[in-house]
Design a protein around this ligand. Structure first.
Ligand SMILES: Nc1ncnc2c1ncn2[C@@H]1O[C@H](COP(=O)(O)OP(=O)(O)OP(=O)(O)O)[C@@H](O)[C@H]1O
Length: 303
């Protein structure tokens, strides 16, 4: 029997509970001022193929910013550039005034930028606590880690609490349920003390209940930080996004909008619905599932 996920500890905390219809609009507090992440004129080519062209993008402290777009739009490539995995052909990426382009991945982590991948990358043979200790040590450095008093660093204790994994601290990560592994990976990010968290499809493969808990966790993470979420799940976006940017074929289709603005945008609707139509047609022809349109029906309903 697969283990039952424990809910995040701070469930009663109004900052992380799901949005209620009577709640005030989720406009992030800071619209003015310099964004924490500022991307200008970004472009990248693979061979002759333009994966990203002239991308401008801003994200501010305290906001949950969703990056959406059909398959192949360039979302992961954008995250890869921010984190130093891919070098852009043109443009700049400024994080808290620091230019990131040209720095190696580990330097960018030290600047305060962390990411998760589509598949959780935890050390399955280690316990939950050991995974978190290891993640915390990456930022602290070995010398400071050895000088730590016995027990876990504060950042690890916080990560255990907010991911709801405190009761699983001595369990091996390989024995966790799918959702719990994703939460552990997010907890490992948190233990590194980032100011910008990039989450690539954090709810893929999760149950509805796990999605809700992940959304609550993301809202918690955004307190005093910035969270950029790459996601296909439109319902999840509607519930938990502050701002939304839409990419299409490597270009910005709609920048820094509210959920309502994105839903009302006919160009965005056309991209998603057109894509869904194409996928359905090709699925009909080939008999294969329309893998590229996980949220399409959602959007048709929204349209
Ligand atoms: N290293 C690479 N070499 C060649 N082409 C690449 C490389 N990385 C990405 N691409 C191409 O760039 C385009 C954008 O890919 P990317 O993975 O960023 O899209 P995405 O929006 O994240 O898609 P998905 O939602 O399917 O993950 C795709 O056409 C992809 O094939």
């Amino acid at each position: 029997m697969s283990p039952q996920p424990t809910p995040p500890r701070a469930e009663g905390d109004p900052a992380i509970r799901p949005r209620h219809p009577s709640d005030p609009p989720q406009t992030p507090p800071e619209k003015a001022g310099e964004p924490l992440l500022r991307i200008r004129g970004l472009g990248v080519q693979f061979g002759g193929f333009h994966a990203l062209t002239d991308v401008d993008f801003d994200a501010r402290e305290g906001e949950v910013h969703f990056l959406i777009g059909p398959n192949g739009a360039g979302k992961t490539t954008l995250v890869d550039i921010i984190t130093g995995l891919t070098k852009p052909t043109t443009g700049s990426v400024s994080f808290d005034g620091q230019q990131l382009v040209g720095h190696k991945e580990h330097r960018i982590v030290h600047f305060g930028v962390g990411r998760t991948f589509q598949a959780a990358t935890v050390f399955e043979a280690l316990t939950v606590g050991e995974n978190l200790d290891l993640a915390a040590s990456y930022r602290l450095g070995l010398r400071r880690l050895l000088r730590q008093p016995r027990g876990h660093a504060d950042a690890v204790v916080e990560a255990l609490e907010v991911t709801g994994l405190a009761d699983e601290v001595d369990k091996s990560a390989g024995a966790l349920a799918h959702g719990q592994k994703q939460w552990l990976e997010i907890g490992m990010l948190l233990a590194q003390g980032p100011r910008l968290l990039l989450l690539d499809e954090p709810v893929a493969g999760m149950s509805p209940d796990e999605r809700t808990r992940t959304g609550e966790l993301i809202r918690y993470l955004a307190r005093g930080r910035t969270v950029l979420v790459v996601e296909h799940d439109m319902d999840f976006m509607r519930r938990f996004a502050d701002r939304v940017t839409v990419l299409h074929e490597g270009r910005i289709l709609r920048a820094d909008a509210t959920v309502a603005e994105v839903q009302a945008d006919p160009t965005v609707q056309e991209v998603y619905i057109g894509r869904a139509r194409d996928d359905r047609n090709s699925a009909g022809r080939s008999g294969a599932a329309a893998a590229g349109a996980p949220a399409a029906s959602d959007d048709e309903e929204a349209a």
